[in-house]
Design a protein around this ligand. Structure first.
Ligand code: FNR
Length: 394
């Protein structure tokens, strides 16, 4: 991956800057007020999102010297029983066509080209089947579920079976967004990405046979004959306004043959319940600070969760990752893989598939050099632990 660094300087000019902290301001210039508000916006005053970033500054990397390099850098990691070449995945992000007309297809193709798993959102603006085709069937695809209420179990089962057929091999269930958070930017813009007139925010629902059948039974017309109501109904289906309980997990186990990972875990108690239920993983995440304002930083809760359930299931991490050092810190604290959220969306806005590839390559190049120079043997996440970190505020 460091090849990007050397090549980038001389031969292959990237589509935009290597400065990861400039991706947001540069993308901002290209986006409509609505798209900008949606991706950059946070819950409430933005306190949780701020804390997500500040938490990384509390840990510092302490480089070791004369760690003899005996093999080539190896960023691989093991999750869900398999080896992956890199310890990052593309986080589920909805309605990507609002950032670039190529939307999810560009991001999925970029992820496959960079050998990074792509997690597809239930709120995608492209159907499950089309995203699967985008990478010519290549790459690792995981499906993220926004979980309909029990009365719509038939729709949930349909989504899961479509995802399975389309080659999605793991299920990420997002638990923190049964209702959208208090998001002042979207409210000021009067904007709901799922209720746009072009209906791209409801692509998965409108292409779902069970949702279509139920809509027709209830309203006597096809989805296309009453688009406005159908979009509102799909939105209520995937953001049902109330939460499931732990007892409902068994339904998912019955209908999904493969690993199940719960996304949005922030407490030790919840992580322990996932172990008790025999789930394969958790994503320690606060949705990038977009759901609960005044919340705890996601990195802040990671060490406690690792101390309690580490080794018993796979621990994924997200919320606030912006550079290679951030990835290094989350891995050193015990995550096996991190999810990259907003940075690749900025890449998509700035340069479509090539833009997403540039973001992923930059983050990995940066990570590799950081681990190497920190004295981590083979720059390997497997040789990484808390010894490489020091708390600055102790
Ligand atoms: C998200 N996220 C998200 N999560 C999810 O499970 N399903 C989804 O559809 C979406 N949609 C979405 C849209 C946008 C515009 C953003 C920014 C985020 C949350 C996402 O998966 C991830 O948890 C956060 O983005 C991580 O935080 P950072 O990296 O953005 O700070």
């Amino acid at each position: 991956e460091t090849s990007i660094y050397q090549k980038g300087l001389k031969y292959e000019r990237p589509p935009f800057t290597f400065h990861s902290d400039l991706w947001e301001p540069e993308a901002e210039k290209r986006m409509s007020a609505e798209s900008k508000g949606y991706v950059i916006g946070n819950a409430g005053t933005g306190e949780t999102a701020r804390k997500n970033r500040e938490a990384f500054g509390k840990w510092s990397i302490v480089p070791k010297r004369l760690v003899k390099t005996s093999s080539l850098p190896d960023l691989s990691t093991k999750v869900l029983g398999k080896e992956f070449p890199f310890p990052i995945a593309v986080a589920p992000v909805g309605v990507q066509r609002i950032f670039n007309p190529d939307g999810e297809e560009a991001s999925a193709a970029a992820a496959a080209a960079e050998s990074v798993p792509y997690i597809m959102s239930t709120a995608s603006s492209t159907s499950i089947e089309d995203v699967a085709k985008a990478a010519n069937g290549n790459g690792t695809r995981w499906f993220q579920l926004y979980w309909p209420a029990n009365e719509n179990d038939e729709i949930t089962a349909s989504l899961l079976s479509r995802a399975k057929k389309a080659g999605f091999s793991a299920l990420f269930v997002t638990l923190d967004t049964y209702i959208l958070g208090w998001r002042p930017s979207d409210m000021d813009n009067g904007y709901n990405p799922f209720l746009r007139s072009d209906k791209i925010g409801v692509a998965i629902g409108f292409s779902d046979p069970v949702f279509r059948k139920k809509f027709k039974e209830k309203h006597g017309v096809e989805v296309e004959e009453d688009m406005h109501n159908a979009a509102a109904e799909w939105t209520r289906t995937v953001f049902p306004l109330f939460s499931h309980g732990w007892e409902d997990i068994k339904f998912l186990k019955q209908h999904w043959d493969g690993p199940i990972i719960l996304k949005g875990i922030q407490t030790v108690g919840d992580a322990q319940k996932c172990v008790e239920l025999g789930l394969q993983g958790i994503v320690v995440s606060n949705h990038g600070g977009r759901q609960v304002d005044g919340g705890v930083s996601s990195l802040g809760v990671l060490p406690r969760i690792v101390d309690t359930v580490g080794g018993k299931l796979d621990i994924f991490f997200d919320s606030g990752i912006r550079a290679g050092a951030d990835i290094a810190k989350a891995l050193a604290l015990g995550a096996q893989m991190v999810l990259v959220g907003r940075p690749y969306v900025y890449g998509l806005a700035l340069g479509g598939e090539q833009g997403v590839r540039h973001v992923l390559k930059s983050l990995l190049g940066d990570l590799e050099l950081t681990l190497h120079l920190a004295g981590v043997e083979s720059a390997s996440p497997k040789h990484l632990n808390r010894d490489v970190l020091e708390r600055e505020d102790r």
